[in-house]
Every structure is written in C-alpha cells, then in structure tokens.
Design a protein around this ligand. Sequence first.
Ligand SMILES: [Zn+2]
Length: 382
Amino acid sequence: MIACRVCGAPLGAPAYEAAGPSMTSIMTLIEGPMQVFVCEGCGHAQSPDLPDIRAFYDTGYRISLASEDHDQIFAVGADGQPIYRTAHQAGIALRLLDPPQGARVLDYGAAKATTLRTMMRSRPDLKPAVFDVSTDYAAAWEGWVAVEDRATYEAPLCWTGRFDTVMSHFVLEHVAEPVPFLKEIWRLLKPEGRVLISVPDAVANPGDMMVADHLNHFSAASLARALEVAGFRMEACDATAFPGAFFVTARKSAGVVPTAGDAAEAARAARAACGFWGGAAERLAAAARRLSGQTCAIYGAGFYGAWIASRVAQHVTLSGFLDQNPNLAGSTLFERPVMPPADLPADVTAVFIGLNPKKARAIIAQVPALQRDGLERVWLDD
Ligand SMILES: [Zn+2]
C-alpha cells in the first residue's frame, strides 16, 4: 500500500502510468515505469521514490554546475527578450521574505545559491548561509559565505534557531519525505521566523507531472497541509509571480491556525493533468508513425522537448532542437544540435512543439521561422 507523502492517507491506483524509461528534470533517462498517484484527502500528487535517491542528488544532479553564466530561461517577455530565472526568483524572494536589516538568510538546498547571491546585490546587509546534500557546490560558495555558515549533508545542531529567514527554491518537489524536511527548516528558524518555499505548480505547468525525480506535485491545498503538519502558520501562496510555480510563505509559530485549501478540487485538477499526458503520449505515437522516415525538429530544448524526443526519436529523423535561449545555442541534447529558431534546416517537414501546452500557441505565433509554408506543427494537445 502506498501512502500520501503529505497526509499519510492510503492511495489507490495511479492516475497516470506508462512504461519506462522515464525522464528526469535534468533530461536524463532512468529505468522503470512512470507513475503518478493523486491523494483525495489533501490534493497532493506524487510519484514513487527513485531507485537510488541519495546518490542521484549527491553526485548525479549537477544542474547549472558547468557554467557560471548558464541560467534557465523560463519565459519570453512581451518585448521578445528572454526572462531569466535567477534574477526573477531573487526579486520575488526579497519581496515575499521581506528580511529585516542584517537578517541571517539560509538557502536550504542551495546548490550554487545564485538566488541568494543575487539578492545580496541589492541587500548587502544580509548574512548569507547555505546548506545542500552535496559537496559539488562548495567552490561556488567560496569567498562570500562564511565557513561557519556553510553545511553539507546535515545542518549542525548549533544552527538551531539561528535564522531570521530560510528559503528553499525548487527542492521540496524532489524530497521523499516533505514533512520531516519542513520540520527541519522549522528547527533552524528563530521563533516567528519566516520560510519561503517554491515548488512547481503541476497544473499550471503540466509537464511537471512527467518529471521522474519530482516525487511531489504540490497543490496549494497540499502545501498548506504539509506546512501546517510541520508546525508553520501559512501566510501567503503566490501562484502568479513565477508562472508555473507556487511561492509560499509561512511563519514558525506556536499557535498554528488551521489552513484549508480545496483539496477535492486540487485532486480533480491533478487527475485532469495526468489524463492530459496519457492523451499526449498517444497523440505523439500516432504522429511519429505518420511522419515515419521524415526529417523533423523539436521546438524547445527543455523538459517538454526532451520528453518528446524520448518518444519519437526511433520513428522520425530528428535534425535537432530549436530554442530561443541564447545560452543553449551550440549545445547538444541527446547528441543532436540545439539551434536558434531562425536556423531551422530547409529539409525539416514537421516540428514537434515542446512547450507548456498552455502557452505553446501564443509563443509559436511569435516565431517567424515556424510560419514557413508547408511546415507541419505537431502540438502536444491536439
Ligand atoms: Zn494526502
């Protein structure tokens, strides 16, 4: 029997299930089927543990480690310019955390802690601290985080009650036991200290449901439940500042006020997202059979594009990936080149659109190279 990672309720049959391999958030393939379960009790969705979760994050998970300048693009602004994740995230964190002058700020699950470092450009008074479950990032902390304010694998006992604020960006979705994780943050905070948690919103950004190492797919309701169980008083859940993600703030409080999200509605939305992916997998398989032997490209070198590649590459000739992120131009994904959209090869007859299906049509309408006569566009949603 599988139990909900948030409320402990027993879970029934999976809402989504597909044969392996499954795709991780860093676009590597792992063995084993992909399953998503939905909890009717708290509105949480979850996938099974990875085969070796500790080794994966200790030595296998090296996001953004290769280049100091590499930054993830998460949107394209109205002016057509890419919007980068770190600067946007830092701005939201400063606004929502509102740290007091000279505050001790811990980045929990920090990786290179680029968000915290960016925050300090406008708030040099902040005292930074970092924690991660890997030593891979130590060099990135050198020179701006004091030695006593760095920890790996385990946060020391002397950190109990040390921090005014703790933030944890896009970590909780990876965690097998989210409530103990939040309780540990509770321990590290001063009384009435504030925590900021960011996680993907798998209903707003449905590809998240298919990410094998995202063991948790939170709803506003299940986030509220997890924080409450860990002893926090939830303050706000912002679902708009960072499209496709929740940024939630809560205080370490003695008198926890029960919070009530609409768990039944959250569970319904999670099931609908799972159903979408079952349909998308069937549509892709049909398109790949129909386009068999033709030269195709994939628009989007992120998770959606990689997921499509894993499903169609054995049927069609993939010439490469198109992506607007200038940092990705010249790189490769699954041994195929990543090109600016304007470099779409002339012999490509069809382009699979690997973007968030809720935004894909509006984005593609702004890409002149994809309006070419006779070019077929294959969408995830129809
Ligand atoms: Zn639950």
